[in-house]
Design a binder for this molecule. Structure first.
Ligand code: ADP
Ligand code: MN
Ligand code: MN
Ligand code: MN
Ligand code: MN
Length: 339
Protein backbone atom coordinates (compact mmCIF):
# COMPACT_ATOMS: atom_id res chain seq x y z
CA UNK A 1 0.00 0.00 0.00
CA UNK A 2 1.10 3.52 -0.75
CA UNK A 3 -0.26 7.03 -0.26
CA UNK A 4 0.38 10.35 -1.99
CA UNK A 5 1.93 13.16 0.03
CA UNK A 6 1.83 16.62 -1.54
CA UNK A 7 4.93 18.41 -0.18
CA UNK A 8 4.24 22.18 -0.18
CA UNK A 9 6.82 24.90 0.45
CA UNK A 10 7.37 28.65 0.23
CA UNK A 11 9.88 29.66 -2.43
CA UNK A 12 12.34 32.55 -2.74
CA UNK A 13 10.53 34.67 -5.34
CA UNK A 14 11.04 38.42 -4.74
CA UNK A 15 9.44 40.58 -3.54
CA UNK A 16 6.63 38.15 -2.65
CA UNK A 17 7.25 34.43 -2.20
CA UNK A 18 5.14 31.87 -4.07
CA UNK A 19 3.96 28.43 -3.09
CA UNK A 20 5.42 25.35 -4.76
CA UNK A 21 4.52 21.68 -4.35
CA UNK A 22 5.34 18.22 -5.63
CA UNK A 23 4.13 14.73 -4.91
CA UNK A 24 5.90 11.96 -3.04
CA UNK A 25 4.60 8.39 -3.09
CA UNK A 26 5.19 6.85 0.32
CA UNK A 27 4.82 3.19 1.33
CA UNK A 28 2.35 2.22 4.06
CA UNK A 29 -0.24 4.58 5.46
CA UNK A 30 0.21 8.03 7.04
CA UNK A 31 1.48 7.85 10.62
CA UNK A 32 1.73 11.51 11.62
CA UNK A 33 4.18 14.34 11.12
CA UNK A 34 7.21 12.70 12.73
CA UNK A 35 6.98 9.66 10.44
CA UNK A 36 7.23 11.80 7.28
CA UNK A 37 10.64 11.80 5.59
CA UNK A 38 12.58 14.94 4.77
CA UNK A 39 12.88 15.53 1.03
CA UNK A 40 14.70 17.86 -1.36
CA UNK A 41 14.23 20.03 -4.42
CA UNK A 42 16.11 22.04 -7.01
CA UNK A 43 16.55 25.42 -5.36
CA UNK A 44 17.99 26.93 -8.56
CA UNK A 45 14.48 26.77 -10.06
CA UNK A 46 12.80 28.58 -7.13
CA UNK A 47 15.20 31.46 -6.38
CA UNK A 48 16.58 29.55 -3.40
CA UNK A 49 19.99 28.40 -4.64
CA UNK A 50 22.63 28.74 -7.34
CA UNK A 51 22.82 26.06 -10.02
CA UNK A 52 26.21 24.78 -8.85
CA UNK A 53 24.93 24.01 -5.34
CA UNK A 54 21.23 23.65 -5.98
CA UNK A 55 19.99 21.24 -3.32
CA UNK A 56 17.56 22.51 -0.68
CA UNK A 57 15.94 20.40 2.03
CA UNK A 58 12.19 20.11 2.74
CA UNK A 59 11.36 19.42 6.36
CA UNK A 60 7.70 18.61 7.14
CA UNK A 61 6.20 20.96 9.76
CA UNK A 62 2.43 20.48 9.35
CA UNK A 63 0.28 17.78 7.79
CA UNK A 64 -3.44 17.34 7.12
CA UNK A 65 -5.72 15.19 4.94
CA UNK A 66 -5.64 16.08 1.23
CA UNK A 67 -9.27 17.06 0.56
CA UNK A 68 -8.76 17.03 -3.20
CA UNK A 69 -7.26 13.58 -3.66
CA UNK A 70 -9.10 12.16 -0.66
CA UNK A 71 -8.54 8.68 0.78
CA UNK A 72 -5.27 8.31 2.70
CA UNK A 73 -3.57 11.08 0.76
CA UNK A 74 -2.16 14.05 2.66
CA UNK A 75 -0.84 17.58 2.34
CA UNK A 76 2.54 18.25 3.93
CA UNK A 77 3.64 21.83 4.57
CA UNK A 78 7.43 22.05 4.81
CA UNK A 79 10.04 24.53 5.91
CA UNK A 80 13.11 24.94 3.74
CA UNK A 81 16.54 24.10 5.17
CA UNK A 82 20.06 24.24 3.77
CA UNK A 83 21.84 20.92 3.44
CA UNK A 84 23.50 21.50 6.83
CA UNK A 85 19.94 21.41 8.29
CA UNK A 86 19.94 25.07 9.33
CA UNK A 87 17.06 27.34 8.21
CA UNK A 88 17.36 28.61 4.63
CA UNK A 89 17.46 32.42 4.27
CA UNK A 90 13.90 32.30 2.81
CA UNK A 91 12.61 30.45 5.89
CA UNK A 92 10.64 32.93 8.03
CA UNK A 93 9.06 30.18 10.11
CA UNK A 94 12.19 29.43 12.12
CA UNK A 95 12.36 32.97 13.54
CA UNK A 96 8.67 32.87 14.47
CA UNK A 97 9.16 29.53 16.24
CA UNK A 98 11.76 31.16 18.53
CA UNK A 99 9.61 34.20 19.39
CA UNK A 100 6.47 32.08 19.85
CA UNK A 101 8.34 29.82 22.26
CA UNK A 102 9.77 32.77 24.18
CA UNK A 103 6.32 34.31 24.80
CA UNK A 104 4.19 31.13 24.91
CA UNK A 105 3.36 31.86 28.56
CA UNK A 106 1.29 34.89 27.44
CA UNK A 107 -0.83 32.59 25.23
CA UNK A 108 -0.93 34.78 22.08
CA UNK A 109 -3.56 33.86 19.49
CA UNK A 110 -4.42 35.22 16.05
CA UNK A 111 -7.33 35.36 13.62
CA UNK A 112 -6.19 36.43 10.13
CA UNK A 113 -8.63 37.76 7.51
CA UNK A 114 -7.25 36.74 4.13
CA UNK A 115 -8.59 38.87 1.29
CA UNK A 116 -7.92 37.85 -2.31
CA UNK A 117 -9.12 38.48 -5.86
CA UNK A 118 -10.11 36.05 -8.60
CA UNK A 119 -8.85 36.73 -12.10
CA UNK A 120 -10.24 35.45 -15.38
CA UNK A 121 -7.18 35.90 -17.57
CA UNK A 122 -6.08 39.53 -17.32
CA UNK A 123 -9.15 41.00 -15.59
CA UNK A 124 -10.80 40.48 -12.23
CA UNK A 125 -13.65 37.99 -12.33
CA UNK A 126 -16.85 39.98 -12.90
CA UNK A 127 -15.17 42.87 -14.72
CA UNK A 128 -16.65 43.28 -18.21
CA UNK A 129 -14.31 42.95 -21.18
CA UNK A 130 -12.54 46.25 -21.83
CA UNK A 131 -14.36 48.19 -19.13
CA UNK A 132 -15.41 48.50 -15.53
CA UNK A 133 -18.41 47.22 -13.56
CA UNK A 134 -20.74 49.52 -11.59
CA UNK A 135 -18.81 51.36 -8.83
CA UNK A 136 -18.30 49.75 -5.42
CA UNK A 137 -21.20 49.79 -3.00
CA UNK A 138 -23.33 46.68 -3.49
CA UNK A 139 -20.73 43.93 -3.71
CA UNK A 140 -19.60 43.55 -0.08
CA UNK A 141 -21.47 40.55 1.40
CA UNK A 142 -23.75 40.77 -1.65
CA UNK A 143 -26.05 38.23 -3.24
CA UNK A 144 -27.17 37.73 -6.83
CA UNK A 145 -25.55 37.21 -10.22
CA UNK A 146 -25.09 40.96 -10.78
CA UNK A 147 -22.98 41.28 -7.61
CA UNK A 148 -21.31 37.94 -6.99
CA UNK A 149 -18.59 36.36 -9.09
CA UNK A 150 -16.91 33.06 -8.23
CA UNK A 151 -19.09 31.82 -5.39
CA UNK A 152 -18.88 28.21 -6.63
CA UNK A 153 -15.08 28.39 -6.29
CA UNK A 154 -15.32 30.01 -2.84
CA UNK A 155 -17.69 27.31 -1.59
CA UNK A 156 -15.47 24.53 -2.95
CA UNK A 157 -12.42 26.13 -1.30
CA UNK A 158 -14.22 26.43 2.04
CA UNK A 159 -15.30 22.78 1.90
CA UNK A 160 -11.76 21.70 1.04
CA UNK A 161 -10.31 23.68 3.97
CA UNK A 162 -12.85 22.18 6.39
CA UNK A 163 -12.24 18.65 5.06
CA UNK A 164 -8.53 19.23 5.64
CA UNK A 165 -9.32 20.18 9.23
CA UNK A 166 -8.09 23.78 8.94
CA UNK A 167 -9.44 26.25 11.51
CA UNK A 168 -11.42 28.55 9.21
CA UNK A 169 -13.86 30.80 11.03
CA UNK A 170 -15.77 32.34 8.10
CA UNK A 171 -15.91 33.71 4.55
CA UNK A 172 -17.43 36.79 2.91
CA UNK A 173 -17.65 38.58 -0.43
CA UNK A 174 -15.58 41.77 -0.44
CA UNK A 175 -15.99 45.37 -1.59
CA UNK A 176 -14.72 44.94 -5.18
CA UNK A 177 -16.33 42.45 -7.59
CA UNK A 178 -14.36 39.18 -7.68
CA UNK A 179 -12.81 39.95 -4.30
CA UNK A 180 -13.38 37.62 -1.34
CA UNK A 181 -12.16 36.88 2.17
CA UNK A 182 -11.70 33.88 4.41
CA UNK A 183 -10.63 33.97 8.06
CA UNK A 184 -8.31 31.51 9.79
CA UNK A 185 -8.19 31.27 13.57
CA UNK A 186 -8.08 32.16 16.33
CA UNK A 187 -5.03 29.94 16.74
CA UNK A 188 -1.51 30.13 18.19
CA UNK A 189 1.12 31.90 16.02
CA UNK A 190 2.68 28.87 14.30
CA UNK A 191 -0.67 27.12 13.87
CA UNK A 192 -2.45 30.11 12.30
CA UNK A 193 0.49 30.74 9.96
CA UNK A 194 0.94 27.14 8.83
CA UNK A 195 -2.79 26.79 8.27
CA UNK A 196 -3.04 30.07 6.37
CA UNK A 197 -0.27 28.95 3.99
CA UNK A 198 -2.07 25.64 3.41
CA UNK A 199 -5.39 27.46 2.93
CA UNK A 200 -3.70 29.68 0.33
CA UNK A 201 -2.37 26.62 -1.49
CA UNK A 202 -5.86 25.09 -1.43
CA UNK A 203 -7.27 28.34 -2.81
CA UNK A 204 -5.00 28.26 -5.85
CA UNK A 205 -5.45 24.52 -6.29
CA UNK A 206 -9.24 24.64 -6.00
CA UNK A 207 -9.57 27.60 -8.37
CA UNK A 208 -7.31 25.82 -10.89
CA UNK A 209 -10.04 23.22 -11.45
CA UNK A 210 -12.47 26.04 -12.34
CA UNK A 211 -10.02 27.65 -14.76
CA UNK A 212 -9.78 30.71 -12.52
CA UNK A 213 -6.69 32.17 -10.84
CA UNK A 214 -6.56 33.78 -7.42
CA UNK A 215 -4.14 36.53 -6.46
CA UNK A 216 -3.05 38.13 -3.18
CA UNK A 217 -2.05 41.30 -5.06
CA UNK A 218 -2.69 44.09 -2.51
CA UNK A 219 -3.94 46.53 -5.15
CA UNK A 220 -5.19 44.45 -8.08
CA UNK A 221 -7.02 47.36 -9.75
CA UNK A 222 -5.64 50.91 -9.59
CA UNK A 223 -7.95 53.81 -8.85
CA UNK A 224 -11.17 53.86 -6.87
CA UNK A 225 -11.24 50.15 -6.06
CA UNK A 226 -10.48 48.56 -2.70
CA UNK A 227 -7.13 46.88 -2.18
CA UNK A 228 -6.75 43.46 -0.56
CA UNK A 229 -5.49 43.15 2.99
CA UNK A 230 -4.89 40.60 5.70
CA UNK A 231 -6.28 42.22 8.85
CA UNK A 232 -4.54 40.47 11.73
CA UNK A 233 -6.55 40.06 14.92
CA UNK A 234 -4.45 39.48 18.00
CA UNK A 235 -4.80 38.85 21.71
CA UNK A 236 -2.90 37.51 24.68
CA UNK A 237 -4.38 36.00 27.82
CA UNK A 238 -4.05 39.38 29.59
CA UNK A 239 -5.81 41.15 26.70
CA UNK A 240 -8.64 38.62 26.84
CA UNK A 241 -8.99 39.38 30.55
CA UNK A 242 -8.69 43.18 30.80
CA UNK A 243 -8.62 46.51 28.96
CA UNK A 244 -5.29 47.82 30.33
CA UNK A 245 -3.48 45.15 28.35
CA UNK A 246 -5.40 46.14 25.19
CA UNK A 247 -4.19 49.74 25.59
CA UNK A 248 -0.63 48.61 26.39
CA UNK A 249 -0.53 46.57 23.17
CA UNK A 250 -1.83 49.49 21.05
CA UNK A 251 0.61 51.95 22.63
CA UNK A 252 3.53 49.55 22.09
CA UNK A 253 2.70 49.36 18.37
CA UNK A 254 2.91 53.17 18.15
CA UNK A 255 6.22 53.59 19.96
CA UNK A 256 9.42 54.93 18.33
CA UNK A 257 10.43 53.04 15.20
CA UNK A 258 7.77 50.32 15.67
CA UNK A 259 5.20 51.62 13.16
CA UNK A 260 7.77 51.61 10.36
CA UNK A 261 9.45 48.35 11.50
CA UNK A 262 6.05 46.68 11.17
CA UNK A 263 4.73 48.32 8.02
CA UNK A 264 7.83 47.68 5.93
CA UNK A 265 7.43 43.96 6.66
CA UNK A 266 3.68 43.82 6.06
CA UNK A 267 3.84 42.86 2.37
CA UNK A 268 5.30 44.29 -0.86
CA UNK A 269 3.47 47.33 -2.23
CA UNK A 270 2.07 48.41 1.13
CA UNK A 271 2.21 52.14 0.28
CA UNK A 272 -0.04 51.53 -2.76
CA UNK A 273 -2.72 50.12 -0.48
CA UNK A 274 -2.35 52.12 2.76
CA UNK A 275 -3.23 55.45 1.18
CA UNK A 276 -5.68 56.72 3.79
CA UNK A 277 -8.58 55.93 1.44
CA UNK A 278 -10.71 52.77 1.10
CA UNK A 279 -10.85 52.00 4.84
CA UNK A 280 -7.10 52.30 5.39
CA UNK A 281 -4.84 54.55 7.46
CA UNK A 282 -1.87 56.15 5.64
CA UNK A 283 1.14 53.82 5.89
CA UNK A 284 3.37 56.51 7.51
CA UNK A 285 0.96 57.61 10.29
CA UNK A 286 0.18 55.27 13.17
CA UNK A 287 -3.19 55.52 14.91
CA UNK A 288 -5.51 53.34 16.94
CA UNK A 289 -9.12 53.75 17.92
CA UNK A 290 -12.38 52.09 18.92
CA UNK A 291 -14.50 50.96 15.93
CA UNK A 292 -12.27 53.06 13.62
CA UNK A 293 -11.84 51.41 10.21
CA UNK A 294 -9.67 54.38 9.21
CA UNK A 295 -7.13 53.64 11.97
CA UNK A 296 -3.99 51.49 11.71
CA UNK A 297 -5.22 49.38 14.63
CA UNK A 298 -8.89 49.01 15.51
CA UNK A 299 -10.31 48.07 18.89
CA UNK A 300 -13.68 46.44 18.09
CA UNK A 301 -16.64 48.18 19.83
CA UNK A 302 -17.54 44.96 21.64
CA UNK A 303 -14.04 44.86 23.13
CA UNK A 304 -14.42 48.36 24.56
CA UNK A 305 -17.89 47.46 25.87
CA UNK A 306 -16.68 44.22 27.49
CA UNK A 307 -13.44 45.81 28.70
CA UNK A 308 -11.42 42.90 27.22
CA UNK A 309 -10.83 40.94 24.03
CA UNK A 310 -8.47 41.59 21.09
CA UNK A 311 -7.16 44.19 18.66
CA UNK A 312 -7.19 44.26 14.86
CA UNK A 313 -4.03 45.35 13.03
CA UNK A 314 -5.55 46.55 9.74
CA UNK A 315 -2.25 47.29 8.02
CA UNK A 316 -0.97 43.95 6.67
CA UNK A 317 -1.33 43.45 2.94
CA UNK A 318 -3.04 40.37 1.51
CA UNK A 319 0.43 39.23 0.37
CA UNK A 320 1.96 39.44 3.87
CA UNK A 321 3.89 36.44 5.17
CA UNK A 322 1.91 35.28 8.25
CA UNK A 323 5.14 34.01 9.84
CA UNK A 324 6.42 37.61 9.76
CA UNK A 325 3.34 39.54 10.88
CA UNK A 326 2.63 37.19 13.79
CA UNK A 327 6.30 37.31 14.88
CA UNK A 328 6.35 41.12 14.87
CA UNK A 329 3.06 41.43 16.78
CA UNK A 330 4.07 38.88 19.42
CA UNK A 331 7.51 40.43 19.80
CA UNK A 332 6.32 44.05 20.08
CA UNK A 333 3.18 43.53 22.17
CA UNK A 334 4.33 40.68 24.41
CA UNK A 335 7.62 42.48 25.20
CA UNK A 336 5.60 45.51 26.35
CA UNK A 337 3.08 43.37 28.27
CA UNK A 338 5.88 41.54 30.06
CA UNK A 339 6.98 44.77 31.80
P1 ADP B 1 -14.04 42.07 10.62
O1 ADP B 1 -15.19 42.58 11.42
O2 ADP B 1 -12.83 42.93 10.79
O3 ADP B 1 -14.38 41.78 9.19
P2 ADP B 1 -13.78 39.14 10.88
O4 ADP B 1 -14.99 38.56 11.49
O5 ADP B 1 -13.59 39.00 9.42
O6 ADP B 1 -13.65 40.69 11.36
O7 ADP B 1 -12.47 38.49 11.54
C1 ADP B 1 -12.22 38.54 12.90
C2 ADP B 1 -11.20 37.46 13.25
O8 ADP B 1 -10.76 37.67 14.60
C3 ADP B 1 -11.72 36.04 13.17
O9 ADP B 1 -10.78 35.20 12.53
C4 ADP B 1 -11.85 35.65 14.64
O10 ADP B 1 -11.68 34.27 14.83
C5 ADP B 1 -10.69 36.41 15.25
N1 ADP B 1 -10.77 36.58 16.70
C6 ADP B 1 -11.88 36.60 17.47
N2 ADP B 1 -11.55 36.72 18.76
C7 ADP B 1 -10.19 36.80 18.82
C8 ADP B 1 -9.25 36.92 19.89
N3 ADP B 1 -9.62 37.01 21.18
N4 ADP B 1 -7.94 36.95 19.56
C9 ADP B 1 -7.56 36.88 18.29
N5 ADP B 1 -8.39 36.75 17.25
C10 ADP B 1 -9.70 36.71 17.50
MN1 MN C 1 14.23 16.55 -12.00
MN1 MN D 1 -13.39 40.46 7.87
MN1 MN E 1 -12.31 42.30 4.66
MN1 MN F 1 -11.19 43.27 9.48
Amino acid sequence: MTFKAEYIWIDGTEPTAKLRSKTKIIAGSPAGLDALPIWGFDGSSTNQAEGHASDCVLKPVFTCPDPIRGGDDILVLCEVLDTDMTPHSSNARAALAEVAEKFAGQEPIFGIEQEYTFFDGARPLGFPEGGFPAPQGGYYCGVGADEIFGREVVEAHLDNCLKAGLGLSGINAEVMPGQWEFQVGPLAPLEVSDQLWVARWLLYRTAEDFGVSATLDPKPVKGDWNGAGAHTNFSTKAMREGYDAIVTACEALGEGSKPLDHVKNYGAGIDDRLTGLHETAPWDKFSYGVSDRGASVRIPWQVEKDGKGYIEDRRPNANVDPYVVTRLLVDTCCSALEK
